[in-house]
Write a protein that binds this ligand. Structure first.
Ligand SMILES: [Fe+2]
Ligand SMILES: [Fe+2]
Length: 275
């Protein structure tokens, strides 16, 4: 059995939880725990305590990519646990968004590797898929193969003193093997949810049966939104839990399209998937 508890998300199902722009989901599979992303602040700690999660048991963390709203909570977790952190080698890029209220670049990266290691984190960085616990894999580097998904044009990073386009090469998702099919967790899905799920199917030669997580369809253009919905229709998934950077508009649109197969995946939601 697979159990996913959403610890950080933009919206919460009860007033006592804290909501923020960010994402964190706790994976429980066959008694093993893996934390996927950490939100941006100590909301992770606050919500985990309310949900009865023993933070000292978290010895494995996967970070989807090096944006503050996914890796920002890690420093707070390190007060409770000293986990191994799985990520892509490009996670520590100094990255910025061109969108800010004052017209300046806004820093959207995370702290550097030394900062986290001095507080007890140990990193395993790889472009290749890694099986973190039995049946729970990182995606590895995701190839972008279709013609309608693209990386947000407002992202840049600093390379050799220059600002260059950031294709978020470090964007990892989680692929979970179940008897009923592959279950996929996205961080922000910067490289496109259809590209990511196709890669899962190619890697394991099996079909995806559902997903939870950020789809980045909120900031995407209409062509990407439309073609993504068309592709989802063909895939015929059993569970779709669009979250975080999907936004309310696109989440509503998916609900109109797919009905009860859509899970509103907010803080405090527990999703159980039969094996
Ligand atoms: Fe992101
Ligand atoms: Fe995000």
């Amino acid at each position: 059995m697979l159990k996913i508890t959403t610890l950080v998300e933009n919206t919460a199902i009860k007033a006592r939880f804290r909501a923020e722009h960010g994402l964190s989901m706790l994976i429980e599979k066959d008694g093993e725990l893996v934390l996927f992303d950490t939100g941006q602040t100590d909301a992770l700690i606050h919500n985990a305590k309310l949900l009865g999660v023993d933070l000292s048991r978290i010895d494995k963390v996967i970070l989807s990519h090096g944006h503050y709203d996914h890796g920002g909570g890690l420093k707070y977790l390190l007060d409770y646990a000293k986990p191994v952190v799985y990520a892509h080698p490009e996670i520590f890029r100094k990255r910025y968004s061109k969108l800010s209220d004052d017209g300046n670049l806004r820093y959207i990266g995370i702290e550097d590797r030394e900062f986290f290691e001095s507080r007890g984190a140990r990193f395993v960085l790889s472009e290749e898929p890694i099986e973190v616990v039995k049946g729970v894999w990182t995606s590895g580097f995701v190839n972008m193969v279709n013609d309608f998904e693209s990386v947000d044009k407002n992202f840049v990073y600093e390379r050799d003193g220059e600002l260059v386009k950031d294709n978020v090469d470090d964007d990892l998702s989680v692929f979970i093997e179940l008897n009923s099919g592959l279950f996929v967790l996205f961080g922000c899905a910067h490289r496109g949810i259809i590209n990511i799920m196709r890669q899962a199917e190619d890697t394991f030669d099996r079909c995806v049966s559902g997903f939870l997580g950020g789809t980045h369809l909120g900031p995407a253009d209409e062509l990407q939104r439309k073609k993504t919905i068309e592709a989802l229709r063909e895939m015929d998934l059993r569970i779709m839990g669009p979250s975080h950077c999907t936004g309310l508009l696109m989440t509503s649109r998916m609900y109109c399209e797919f009905g009860d197969r859509v899970v509103f995946n907010n803080v405090g939601v527990i999703t159980v998937v039969e094996d």
